[in-house]
Design a protein around this ligand. Structure first.
Ligand SMILES: NC(=O)c1ccc[n+]([C@@H]2O[C@H](COP(=O)([O-])OP(=O)(O)OC[C@H]3O[C@@H](n4cnc5c(N)ncnc54)[C@H](O)[C@@H]3O)[C@@H](O)[C@H]2O)c1
Length: 278
């Protein structure tokens, strides 16, 4: 492959993807709205671009074979905050992909597209959307956009419904954890699988208590290795008994399913900024 574009390159997940992605193409173009992303890896170039600006994104995708689209506001927020980066931004990515003849978009979707399902229900990749807020709704929009651009414009898409890619620090994460190594493996498979059409796959590690079913996406060969069970006893003991009627514990979306719509869910999650330094 000649060129891969990574959006959200200054972000936490982007920081772990940059180096492995340089190995999959002659050139990696990393992009974000941030001023810079520090020292670049061999084969990497940085272009600053605003996802909400169609002209900037069309120029960014010039000559790209694939786009790994991770740029977004990653939290629940007022609709006006989500609209530009996450909704218009998604349109700009797929429309620019079409204009530039890009083959495939690998997209960081989220469990929050289906966050209101109860966790006692093991959900597959084909359940109807059931977002838990404006953030999840934007992920639903982007997944439907991906399907439209596959059905009508032949652009392949792999939508990675990531559960929680962060250190295991609460009981929910014992089932929802996606380790950084498994994230890299998942993105590699989304890129190197020869034909994907439109595909949805959950981004979760090989946790004993993983609450989702990836069997319909088995052809990707995603075989996660890490298991959050190693953290279970300590995390459960620290948390004590949980209220089973609280949507934060009951629903796939966790805290996002219990905070008022438009208010931060991440604020309740104690997520460490452990992005990889270059
Ligand atoms: N971390 C998780 O557990 C998780 C779970 C589900 C989905 N996701 C998704 O994965 C992606 C990356 O998440 P993260 O945790 O690394 O978040 P992050 O905030 O660390 O990274 C997102 C990046 O997007 C950039 N960005 C925001 N608005 C932009 C704009 N208008 N133009 C260009 N770039 C812009 C930010 O500057 C940031 O660097 C997001 O799409 C998020 O929704 C993450």
């Amino acid at each position: 492959m000649k060129k891969i574009v990574l959006t959200g390159a200054a972000g936490r997940l982007g920081s772990y993807l940059r180096e492995p992605l340089t190995k999959l193409a002659d050139e990696l173009v990393s992009s974000d709205i941030a001023e810079d992303i520090g020292k670049l890896y061999p084969g990497e170039r940085y272009i600053r671009a605003d996802l909400a600006d169609l002209d900037q994104i069309t120029a960014l995708l010039d000559g790209a074979d694939m786009v790994v689209h991770f740029g977004a506001v990653p939290d629940e927020a007022p609709f006006e905050t989500i609209l530009g980066p996450n909704i218009i931004g998604a349109y700009n990515i797929w429309e620019s992909a079409y204009r530039n003849g890009v083959r495939r978009v690998v997209y960081a979707s989220s469990i929050h597209a289906v966050g209101m399902y109860p966790k006692t229900e093991r959900i597959g990749t084909d359940v109807a959307h059931r977002p838990d807020g404006f953030y999840g709704l934007a992920k639903c929009f982007a997944e439907d956009l991906a399907r439209l651009y596959w059905d009508r414009r032949d652009i392949e898409a792999v939508c990675l419904r990531i559960l929680s890619a962060a250190k295991v620090s609460n009981p929910r994460a014992v089932s929802s954890w996606l380790s950084y190594d498994d994230l890299i493996h998942l993105v590699e498979r989304a890129i190197d699988t020869p034909v994907t059409g439109f595909t949805v796959v959950y981004g979760v590690s090989n946790n004993d208590r993983a609450p989702v079913d990836n069997s319909a996406a088995g052809f990707l060969g995603y075989r996660p290795k890490d298991n959050a069970e190693q953290f279970a006893a300590k995390v459960f003991a620290e948390a004590g008994p949980l209220d089973p009627t609280d949507p934060a514990h009951m629903c796939h979306g966790g805290p996002f399913a219990s905070v008022p719509i438009g208010q931060s869910g991440q604020a309740l999650m104690n997520i460490a900024d452990d992005r990889k330094k270059t």
